[in-house]
Design a protein around this ligand. Structure first.
Ligand code: HEC
Ligand code: HEC
Length: 247
């Protein structure tokens, strides 16, 4: 009997602990004010494509990119290319297909000390040496620690369905995104004439990438970040984008 009571007690302590952890991570992002918040926002853009954002020219393939991988050159330096849009690397959407590398994700470093993350970014494997400055490494570390989320909680891995309210997302899209992407998302084609990629296309084909861009913006452009809104609004925008025409 005593044993049962004891293990129940253990369970509830663990349960309360997990609540504290999840709520402290939420307030962690709120604690980042002023410049730190701006740096966090930049970190998300850098994760997507730091060579594009920082206008750094790289031609050779990253030394840690596996020889069997299908991508070559500058793109192999992007964090997302090795660690994924869902931050889960080989355990996530990049577990197979053209972007498979076998490299792990960055989820284990969520809510970790940014100082420790900067150390990881300065290691030999990453080989960034003098390509990324100190303040941008800090920005990336803030993103890894406080910016990344568990996308599997909101986007179904197989059906690509998203938890969100398109009607609320429409209110946001039609007052902000519309300025550049147009009412139907077709004002910008990020593919080519033969194979156009509009917001509706990518939101349905790659909702993980879209969610990352909705939260952080698009590297090397004027695109805004919706980080100031909560995750619920961001998911609402994504679910509205899925209703836009794919071609
Ligand atoms: C060419 C591939 C490649 C690129 C690009 C890359 N990484 Fe990594 N990263 C690795 C490898 C390899 C490891 C070692 C752990 C592994 O194999 O999973 C690692 C480990 C990490 C870890 C520790 C994960 C853990 O659980 O041990 C973090 C955090 C990280 N990378 C962040 C980044 C960030 C931020 C960027 C972009 C600025 C980046 N990485 C770009 C290959 C890459
Ligand atoms: C100030 C202009 C601007 C605004 C506002 C803007 N974007 Fe963008 N967006 C761009 C540009 C420029 C690109 C890059 C297009 C390219 O070169 O491929 C882009 C790229 C994207 C991409 C990646 C390409 C694709 O179609 O998958 C997505 C997703 C995206 N934007 C979604 C949004 C959403 C959602 C909003 C509103 C929250 C928004 N954008 C607001 C300018 C803007």
């Amino acid at each position: 009997m005593k044993k049962i009571i004891l293990s129940c007690l253990c369970c509830s302590v663990l349960f309360i602990l997990s609540i504290i952890i999840s709520s402290s991570s939420a307030s962690e992002i709120d604690k980042l004010t002023g410049w730190k918040f701006a740096q966090l926002a930049k970190g998300g853009v850098l994760y997507d494509n730091w060579p594009a954002e920082l206008r750094v020219k790289v031609d050779k393939t990253h030394p840690a990119y596996p020889a069997g991988g299908k991508i070559k050159g500058a793109d192999t330096w992007r964090c997302k290319e090795c660690h994924g849009w869902d931050y889960k690397g080989r355990a996530g959407v990049y577990s197979s297909g053209g972007h498979y590398t076998g490299i792990g994700g960055i989820r284990a470093y969520a809510n970790q000390d940014p100082v420790e993350i900067v150390k990881v970014l300065k290691n030999k494997t990453h080989a960034f040496e003098n390509m990324i400055g100190e303040s941008d490494l800090e920005a990336l570390a803030l993103f890894v620690s406080f910016g990344q989320i568990d996308m599997d909680l909101y986007i179904d891995r197989t059906t690509k369905k998203v938890i969100g309210e398109p009607a609320n997302g429409a209110r946001i899209y039609l007052t902000t995104c519309i300025k550049c992407h147009g009412e139907d998302g077709k004002a910008i084609n990020s593919g080519n004439a033969q194979k156009p990629v509009y917001i509706g296309t990518s939101a349905n084909k790659n909702p993980w990438e879209n969610l990352h861009k909705i939260r952080w913006g698009h590297p090397g452009t004027q695109m805004i970040s919706l980080l100031f809104l909560g995750l619920k609004d961001q998911l609402d925008v994504l679910s509205f984008c899925k209703t836009l025409p794919e071609e």
